[in-house]
Structure formats: structure tokens, C-alpha cells
Write a protein that binds this ligand. Structure first.
Ligand SMILES: NC(=O)c1ccc[n+]([C@@H]2O[C@H](COP(=O)([O-])OP(=O)(O)OC[C@H]3O[C@@H](n4cnc5c(N)ncnc54)[C@H](O)[C@@H]3O)[C@@H](O)[C@H]2O)c1
Length: 364
């Protein structure tokens, strides 16, 4: 790093990389030095489109790291190559901002956690809903103890019609479907306010009735669809908490329900969204009995009604850059997101085994 400036590399130049590039371009402490994509010409195309003609462009990360001294990278590849790219980058001296979900399997997540520990580089995770005012409000309410002990969470949400295309629908590239793509957000929104309790067991099911159907999917997409488009799960955590989870890219229903957190002193309803990628879908409501035993439903004021949700990406990139300049810590740490990954991994494994399984997260 020179002059308070981080030299940045962008790995994977598809849809989401564009938002990373826009955010780095707005940050005065970064310079995008290199782009990399395995599809020939794609890195150069992005450099040109983003008006960064001096950036160097590569088709594999080994060549990029051989020629470049990068301080940090954004890993914006599809899920199946998150781990190999992030581990390689950390081993070659770069901090990593990793897109969500962390990975496909827990084993891949652990490989990154181990590389982070061994190299001392910063690994932060791309969960931008954390920066939304309503997400922060939820964390404050839960953190204040107003709910008392939280014993049950229902995470709903998902889409009536919203099966993506591109690299999201094949095992080879995405690894997992709706479970990882939008399930990871619902899990983060629910567990982060509680400090990510330790998961113990999961029983789950998943299906793919819609992705393969011409009634719900484009013919070209239906022909290659081989991931999940719906999942439901029941997860037990240390301390007695249970989470009733469901997520959909498609269903014959408008919503599978709001997120509910039930505590012994109060419960909170968190309006669901189709994607959860911006945090709660609207103002939250607290339910409790007051001092004289009357039922109260209290709509919490929106802490920032004028908040510009387009700024979420810049906020996540800025927080990562600040950590890189100041030597850490990661704004969204691996010790939390590895639990998120363990839950995703458990849902997939339980669904495939057709029974309840244990979730075990080895020491890193
Ligand atoms: N945070 C968000 O709101 C958000 C939104 C969309 C996608 N995402 C995540 O971002 C990631 C990418 O999504 P996308 O929509 O940009 O996908 P995409 O398919 O448009 O782009 C991924 C790119 O990565 C490239 N790639 C794959 N492996 C590579 C490797 N080893 N080295 C270099 N390049 C490689 C591919 O060729 C492709 O161009 C996914 O993990 C997705 O879940 C996050």
C-alpha cells in the first residue's frame, strides 16, 4: 500500500462486479489496477465500459498475481469458485471482499477461514443489508434485551416468480440455488442480531419443481437447471433457539411469510422481501404485554425514511477499504459467516440424506 491508497483487483467481471467497480471508483483511497475473468475479453470489456483503460486485464488469477502487486481484491465470481479465488488472493498478499453466499460447502468456507488465519489478511463478506438502517434497528432492539430470550425464529420471504438465469441455475457454477442465493441473507438477518448462536442440528428438504418447468422457466434455462428453487428447514441452536426457515425462487404463493422473532418478553415482525438483499422490507412491529397485562402492538418508526438503498454497496466497499487501510478488523467477519455457511451446508446435506443431521463447525 502506498500513500493511503489500496491497489485493487476485480476477480470475476459479471453482473455484480459492476457495482463493486462503481463503489471503488467513488472511494478516494483506491485505484482499480486489474480485472480478471476466465472468459476471454470479458475483463477488458469491463475495464473499457467502466472507463478504466489503464487497468491491466487477465484471464486467470495466477497470471494476475504474478504481474501485479495488489493490496485487495473483490471476489465476484460465481459461488463455485469463491473459495479457490479467495484463498489464492490471500496467499498472495491481498485482502479479500467476498461476494455472498460465502461458498457452496462448509469445507470450502473452512478453507478460506484457514487461509485468513494463516496469512493474516482481511477476509470480509458481501452482506450489504447489514448497512441498512432497518437492519441496524433490528440489531439495536434485539441487543437492548427488549425481546428477552429469543426462543423461535421464522424466516420467510422468497419469491413467487423470480428464478434467475445465467450462472445461478447450474451446480457447476452456483453449486446451490435459492438456499444460498437468497437464503444466506435471511439467515444473516436472523442470526446476526443474536450474535450467531451455535447451530446443532438441522432437518431440511429442498426441491426443484419450477426451475425445470417450462411454465415457470425460459426453455433455455429449464434445460440446464440443476439446483434447488425451494427449501424448508428446522434448525436447532445451542441455548434452545429454533429456526423455522423457508426460501423460494418460485412458489404458488405470494409470500412464505414475514420473519418473526419470538422472545419471552416481546416478539418482532420483520416484513419479508423477495430477496432480503436490502434488509427488512419495511417498518417492523413489536408485540408484547405492558405492565398491566394489555396487549400492545408497536410499529417502530423507520429510523431513516430517506435512506438511499443504492448506497449499500458503497458502504460495504468503504468499510472494507477502511479495514484494509487500518489493518482490520473485517467489518463482516468470517467467524460469523462461517456459521451462516454451516447452516446452508447443513440444509443441503440434510435434504440430500432425507433425515436430521448434526451441524459441526471444526475449530479453525
Ligand atoms: N451482494 C449482492 O447483492 C449480489 C447480487 C448478485 C450476485 N451476487 C453474488 O455475486 C457473485 C457473482 O454473481 P454475478 O451475478 O456477477 O455472476 P456472473 O455469472 O454474472 O459473473 C461471474 C463471473 O465470474 C467469472 N469467473 C468465474 N470463475 C472465475 C475465476 N476462477 N477467475 C476469474 N473469473 C471467474 C465468470 O466467468 C463470470 O464472468 C455470486 O456469488 C452471487 O451470489 C451478489
Amino acid at each position: 500500500m502506498t500513500d493511503n491508497l489500496l491497489k485493487i483487483g476485480i476477480i470475476g467481471c459479471g453482473g455484480i462486479a459492476g457495482l463493486h467497480v462503481n463503489s471503488y471508483k467513488q472511494n478516494p483511497h483506491t485505484e482499480i489496477a486489474a480485472f480478471c475473468d476466465v472468459i476471454p475479453g470479458k475483463a477488458r470489456e469491463m475495464a473499457t465500459r467502466k472507463k478504466l483503460p489503464d487497468a491491466r486485464c487477465y484471464e486467470n488469477i495466477a497470471e494476475m498475481f504474478e504481474r501485479e502487486k495488489l493490496d485487495a481484491v473483490s471476489v465476484c465470481t460465481y459461488n463455485a469458485t469463491h473459495a479457490e479465488c479467495a484463498v489464492y488472493a490471500m496467499e498472495h498478499g491481498a485482502h479479500v471482499l467476498l461476494e455472498k453466499p460465502m461458498a457452496v460447502t462448509l469445507e470450502e468456507g473452512l478453507s478460506m477461514a484457514r487461509a485468513e488465519k494463516a496469512t493474516g489478511m482481511i477476509l470480509s463478506h458481501g452482506f450489504q443489508p447489514r448497512y441498512a438502517p432497518l437492519t441496524r434497528q433490528l440489531c439495536e432492539v434485539v441487543g437492548s434485551g427488549r425481546l428477552g430470550d429469543v426462543y423461535y425464529i421464522q424466516t420467510g420471504g422468497g419469491r413467487r416468480s423470480g428464478i434467475p438465469g445465467g450462472t445461478f441455475i447450474e451446480k457447476r457454477t452456483a453449486g446451490i440455488g435459492a438456499i444460498g442465493d437468497i437464503g444466506c441473507y435471511a439467515i444473516d438477518l436472523a442470526l446476526n442480531p443474536l450474535g450467531y448462536p451455535k447451530p446443532l442440528t438441522v432437518t431440511a428438504d429442498k426441491s426443484d419443481y419450477f426451475g425445470r418447468s417450462l411454465k415457470y422457466s425460459e426453455p433455455e434455462n429449464a434445460a440446464r437447471f440443476d439446483v434447488d428453487d425451494f427449501a424448508s428447514a428446522y434448525i436447532r441452536f445451542e441455548g434452545g433457539l429454533v429456526m423455522d426457515f423457508r426460501i423460494a425462487w418460485a412458489m404458488n404463493m405470494d409470500t412464505s411469510g414475514d420473519m418473526l422473532m419470538l422472545g419471552r418478553d416481546a416478539g418482532i415482525r420483520i416484513p419479508s422481501t423477495e430477496c432480503w438483499n436490502r434488509g427488512p422490507g419495511g417498518q417492523m412491529t413489536l408485540y408484547y404485554r405492558n405492565r398491566i397485562g394489555m396487549e400492545v402492538s408497536e410499529i417502530l418508526p423507520d429510523p431513516d425514511p430517506d435512506f438511499n438503498y443504492e448506497s449499500l454497496f458503497a458502504r460495504k466497499v468503504d468499510a472494507f477499504v477502511d479495514a484494509g487501510l487500518n489493518g482490520g478488523p473485517a467489518p463482516i467477519p468470517t467467524k460469523q459467516i462461517i456459521v451462516n455457511q454451516a447452516v446452508l451446508d447443513g440444509i443441503v446435506r440434510s435434504a440430500e440424506a432425507g433425515r436430521e443431521i448434526d451441524i459441526v463447525i471444526p475449530e479453525v
